[in-house]
Design a protein around this ligand. Structure first.
Ligand code: AMP
Ligand code: MG
Length: 417
């Protein structure tokens, strides 16, 4: 695809921007965090490698046995019938044997270096001991149950590419080449601000008309999963001055600020205006449901993403836009997961004008066939639907769905990890 230069800023008119365009636009603006730090491998889970890691050694460093048995010269073993070989040595893992002469076998265990001269392993279940000798049935091809030197990894190859988020297996591979620490992107500092006069902390009594602040906790969880350092700026009242103060405070302390609420066009919605006066506002409405009002802007060196206040909107817009943005800032290449297509086990009779991300559950039938069900209530206030769900189903603009249609499904494992 030919895409010269950065994605153009969408117009400020009230047209809705398609999801992909909004994400591409954000990713283009996600400046990579340059600073890195060296962490012990034990502490590297979830961190993003800042540079390629190449191995100085082959793994394994020596040809070794894949089984418990006898190391032999394949040429000593007949294609038909069997041969009796003298057992002249015993080699366990961590030991080095001596070269094997014709007519000899070495008792050998899994992981032990194959001695010089030997080129195959006869597994112990196939052999019969006869005093100090072993009877080995043929045929035995050279290389049988021998793991050659470098079978897993070749010296000089890259075992961890820059931009990789460390999973347990990356930790293991780096350890296997003898490297005990890795250079990783420093943790992004992310400030969170909850806007709304109605919000109370869990544990406090609720006054008339008040609700508990759930977004703060959803965001804390989401950001922790991404390895961010959270700067919690608490709740901000619905006034322009308070909102502006909170934004300036966050901008001074964070790489990215996430606000929830206050981004609609009501009189109590001050995030957009505060950003216009204190920084730069770049973007406004996305053709997505939930989550239409979405704000991106900048205050000095700090990015701001203003998410709508409804709890499901906060969760979904984080997955669709904020997480890819943060991952890109850390230098991760594939910042948004690809969906899998699964048959719908639901009906969606009325096509919508915006892309919908429905809270869905992957159900597996008795025959092992997967299909997606959706939660009965899809309102952006119904957060319990997200706890029922295992992921999101994407329903395209102008599309009706009947059971059996294949729909894109994103698991929360891919969207949240
Ligand atoms: P707003 O975007 O500020 O108009 O908020 C939209 C809806 O989300 C309103 O019903 C708010 O009460 C609710 N809401 C806003 N912030 C939060 C929050 N932090 N936790 C739970 N609900 C919220
Ligand atoms: Mg509000």
């Amino acid at each position: 695809m030919n895409r010269p230069g950065p994605e153009p800023a969408p117009s400020r008119a009230s047209v809705l921007i398609p999801v992909e365009q909004a994400r591409a636009y954000l990713l283009d603006r996600a400046r990579r965090i340059g600073e890195s730090e060296r962490v012990a491998l034990e502490d590297a889970l979830g961190r993003v490698a800042a540079a390629d890691v190449a191995t100085p050694i082959d793994v394994p460093g020596h040809a070794n046995s894949a089984m418990d048995g006898y190391a032999v010269r394949a040429a000593d073993v007949p294609d038909e019938g069997e041969v009796t070989l003298r057992v002249t040595q015993r080699i366990a893992a961590g030991e080095i044997g001596s070269p094997l002469a014709a007519g000899e076998a070495a008792r050998i265990f899994t992981g032990a270096p194959v001695p010089g001269g030997a080129d195959a392993i006869a597994i112990q279940e196939d052999c019969r001991l006869d005093g100090a000798s072993v009877v080995v049935p043929g045929p035995l091809t050279p290389g049988t149950f021998v793991r050659p030197r470098g079978n897993d990894i070749r010296a000089g190859s890259v075992v961890l590419a820059a931009g990789t988020r460390m999973r347990p297996q990356e930790m293991g591979v780096v350890a296997s080449v003898g490297i005990g620490s890795v250079e990783v992107c420093r943790r992004p500092r992310v400030a969170i601000v909850s806007s709304g006069n109605e919000l109370r902390r869990p544990g406090e009594p609720l006054g008339p008309g008040q609700i508990y602040n759930s977004n703060r906790y959803t965001l804390l969880g989401l950001l922790e999963r991404l390895g961010c350092q959270v700067v919690d700026l608490g709740t901000v009242a619905d006034t322009l001055a308070a909102t502006r103060d909170a934004l300036l405070d966050g901008a001074a302390r964070a790489d990215l600020m996430i606000t929830t609420g206050g981004v609609s066009v009501g009189e109590e919605d001050h995030v957009k205006r505060a950003l216009e006066t204190a920084g730069e506002l770049e973007m406004w409405k996305v053709a997505v449901k939930p989550g239409k009002p979405l704000v991106y802007g900048r205050l000095g060196g700090c990015d701001l993403l203003g998410l709508p206040g409804n709890p499901v909107s906060t969760l979904v817009t984080f997955c669709l836009f904020v997480r890819p943005f943060i991952l890109r800032r850390m230098g991760v290449a594939g910042a948004f997961p690809a969906p899998v297509l699964v048959p719908a086990r639901f009906e969606w009779p009325r096509p919508g004008g915006r892309r919908e991300f429905a809270r869905a559950r992957l159900a597996v039938s008795g025959e092992g066939e997967a299909g997606a069900e959706i939660y009965a209530r899809q309102g952006s206030d119904v957060l319990s639907g997200a706890t029922w769900a295992t992921g999101l189903v994407e329903i395209f603009e102008g599309t009706a769905i009947v059971p059996g249609d294949r729909v894109p499904y994103y698991s929360f494992a891919d969207l949240l990890d």
